[in-house]
Ligand binder design. Structure first.
Ligand code: PLP
Length: 383
């Protein structure tokens, strides 16, 4: 018999859909057209306008978007892509898909766990083809400095914006600083629909190539044939099936209408969490001085000051029904990566990975639940 599943009382993330979301999906299911088609095109247009980007290409995941971002930047076998190790594995894996080598660079500090431009500069070699900056937790990394550096060296800057839809730096939306930006609509993200992703770019060339690679580099799609535009196609290169389907595009369109309101709520909750956590001894709150108004406030990470306490604190919180997670274990310590990259040493990243805990956080979280998390955390750290 299957073990009954128990869910934490306070989960890391809790997704709430509204009746209009369900209706949008139901209407799409009733329409009789379920894959890449008019709703996807409508979502792409709306998301591009929201970002202020020339092009938005909807995809099956952010992992697919990163793969296409690297490919369309010309990354191939023998090239190097500089990435943080303090990120989700997809940022690095996508470089390996291209036959390239991910070169791991440091974060600035536990207070600012974003890619360190100075360390990036030190790691540039004649083989460096791209740098991928991750806007961790929804806070802008130094995309401006990295852009200057990459432009000066003739290297492509790619942004992993999985955490940061609608966030900005100097009034410019994240994802639009580099050659292209890769967004995620995975189920725990700020704009979540289960699975999904998107590549944005101002480059007509990158956009045309990404659109083609998304659907096996076919010269026409099923929708074109369905609508009688053409009845045949050629395949011009090795492509992929990275298409988004219409029900998820409809859900994205519906949820996009509430994105700003939900992020506003996330910002309020982040400020409230910051006040509560300022009273907790023995922790560091990353980005505590950063302006929430330019962040998407995706998650609420904390770092335990003392090394070696992560498992104990997390298990104390779990006993009290509070789920936590580690955002992120260092990629270079995963077994598949340790084998390939045995000599990587990134002390700041490694300490961050050993001491980080991500707390429950979602737009409809109550103040009482935040109080409960902060209180339990204070007690667990003090033990
Ligand atoms: C920083 C980062 N990059 C990439 C991804 C991959 O996103 P997806 O699950 O949409 O492929 C994620 C998702 O967890 C992420 O957090």
């Amino acid at each position: 018999m299957a073990t009954p599943q128990t869910f934490p009382e306070l989960p890391l993330f809790d997704l709430r859909l509204e009746p209009q979301d369900l209706e949008a999906v139901a209407a799409t299911l009733r329409s009789g057209w379920l894959t890449l088609g008019p709703r996807t095109a409508e979502f792409e247009e709306a998301f591009a306008a929201h970002l202020g980007s020339r092009h938005a290409i909807a995809l099956s995941s952010c992992t697919a978007a990163l793969h296409l971002a690297y490919l369309t930047a010309g990354v191939g076998p023998g090239d190097e892509v500089i990435v943080p190790s303090f990120t989700f594995v997809a940022t690095a894996a996508a470089a390996l898909y291209c036959g390239a080598t991910p070169v791991f660079a440091e974060i600035v500090s536990r207070k600012t766990p974003s890619l360190d431009p100075e360390d990036v500069e030190r790691r540039i070699t004649p083989r460096t083809k791209a740098v991928c900056v991750v806007h961790y937790a929804g806070y802008a990394a130094a995309a401006d400095r990295l852009k200057e550096l990459c432009d000066a060296k003739g290297i492509a800057l790619i942004e992993d914006v999985a955490h940061a839809p609608s966030a900005s730096l100097g009034g410019r939306k994240l994802g639009t600083w580099g050659l292209s930006g890769a967004f995620s609509f995975f189920s725990n993200k700020v704009l979540s629909v289960g699975e999904g992703g998107l590549l944005c770019t101002d480059s007509d060339e990158v956009a045309a190539l990404a659109r083609s690679l998304r659907s096996h580099s076919m010269t026409s799609g099923t929708w074109d044939r369905h609508t009688g535009r053409t009845d045949t196609y050629d395949v011009t290169a090795l492509g992929y099936n990275y298409r988004l389907d219409e029900p998820r595009a409809a859900l994205l369109l519906s949820r996009l209408n509430r994105l700003e309101a939900e992020i506003t709520r996330r910002r309020e909750l982040t400020l409230r969490y910051r006040e509560l956590l300022a009273e907790v001894e023995g922790i560091i709150v990353p980005f505590e001085d950063a302006d929430v108004a330019s962040s998407s406030c995706y998650v609420l990470p904390i770092m335990i000051e003392e090394d070696g306490r992560q498992a104990q604190v997390s298990s104390r919180l779990r006993e009290r029904g509070i789920q936590t997670s580690i955002f992120y274990p260092s990629i270079h310590h995963f077994s598949a990566y340790r084998e390939r990259f045995p000599d990587v040493s990134l002390p700041v990243t490694e300490l961050a990975s050993r001491t980080e805990l991500t707390l429950p956080f979602y737009p409809h979280m109550s103040g009482a639940d935040q109080d409960r998390v902060a209180q339990a955390l204070a007690e667990a750290v003090a033990e």
